[in-house]
Design a protein around this ligand. Sequence first.
Ligand SMILES: [Fe+2]
Length: 569
Amino acid sequence: MNILGFASVNHDPTLAMISDDEIKFHYEIERYLRIKDLNIRKFRYQNSFNYKLVYNKIQEIVEQNIKNVDVVALSMASTFVFYNSIFTPIMKKNINYDMNFEKFEENVISYAKNLNNFEDHIFFENEKIYFIDHHLSHLSYSFLTSPFEESDVLSYDGYGFKNQSLFKQNNKLFDTGINGGTADFFIGLLWVHGNMLYFNSENSPGKGMALSAYGKINYKLIELFDNIQEKYKNRLIGFAYGTHVHDIYNGLFSKNPVNIEDFYATLQYYSTELVVNNLKKYKSSDNLCLSGGCALNGYINEEILKRKIYKKIHIPPAVTDEGQSLGAALHALYTLEGKRININNPNKIMYLGESYSVPEYIKENLKLEDDELYTFLAKKISEGYVIGWYQGRSESGPRALGNRSILADPRNPKMKDHINFKVKKREWYRPFAPSVLMEEASKWFILNGNPIAPYMTRILKYKKGKSKHVPATTHIDDTARIQTVTEEINPRYYKLIKEFFKLTKVPILLNTSFNGKNEPIVETPSNAFKCFQKNNIDILVLENNVYFRNGDKNIKPFIEESNVDEHVR
Ligand SMILES: [Fe+2]
């Protein structure tokens, strides 16, 4: 069965295809259009040119694939774009295509509510359309990409369509919790509105997490979080309650400002305790799958393992709404065919974008065979060169996992500031992730009984005395969001790290996503080339083609020229 998944609440539109029990692709529209944090609802209201671009791109992908599709799987809040347009030819009733978005949502919701069991999926058989709830899609994505036969599953995100948090027990995949399920806690709104106040952006939880390590716990704030929690838990939380949280924060901060580090230190502590305590309360399995945007909080994820609440945890790479299309499609496969995808290698859920050949017009300075390339690059990295590393299919989810990555020497004490200021042009406090050879990881990190971390969804502590050797990939609290790399998962990336290990005795490379300020991760070789030229990257590697800054093979590493002391913290 060929299943096309689509989803977008309003941001992170993606499309996914499953056939022959494998995920064939997972495309993130923002990568093609080069618009970071793409929000189509916003574009729709603004009636902007960008909206048309989004529409055209989605339509192009659908048209290329639709003829082979048996079922189109959508999460409940999937967007109007589709009903109004693209799927019109295959949806012949139930939906009035002319209605506006608000009407459409109303219509779908009332239709769903009239079903006997809103928890279940809705399948319009004749139209080949398969709907599921937003959180059920999150839950399905994490559980159905896990190696577990049974598991507890938690989905929690920023707003949620109905509930903020849903707790699932023992593989009851079709009990979404919307009618009488458990939603005893939420943290998403607390983060979203903190981010709005401090960064004027919903999409900066990473900044808050980074800053949390610099602050102290403020017990007055904990009281406030508790009060908000008490007031809104078990309610149908959404934008309306979000506004209340925003007002509460605003009121508090206008009288007694809380410094940003303490705010996030407290919120991180509060969130961790809340999640951990609720998991203890409802635990019914040794396994746990996490999903929803909050599942990117690696501190919480690691604390769950550290306190041994679960033996095994699975947190796949696209836990944010980018994974919605996959969740819907995986759920359809499970329900309609009784099947799960083959996940004998973690890379089956990691590299799901497109691969491209390098266009002729980008003329390389040097071409090297694989083995020569790794030796050459390992040496250059050890000398302070910053590398744009591009290969194969693009990653699924927000993290660069060795196919669209900027790489550098983690040992260099100036490297963190250099990349933050001169390459990524972002805040000084943002940490960088280490990619580590999996077989060496236990010598460097406290793994809390789980040696597998291929997706950068865990934040681990370094073992005593280790972090001083890799200052560029160590956060202020001696932690790092690691990626364990094996030859099986990513052979070329593995061999490169291994060469660096041979040369330096350090089995780690600094790995940050290949993009400039306010840009999505590069998708095509041309995107990579432009990003390389604009952002002080010393060497670009497109598959086996090597390019030097200013086209000069003898160029010195830019870190030697860059004076990071000029930046005031
Ligand atoms: Fe979500």
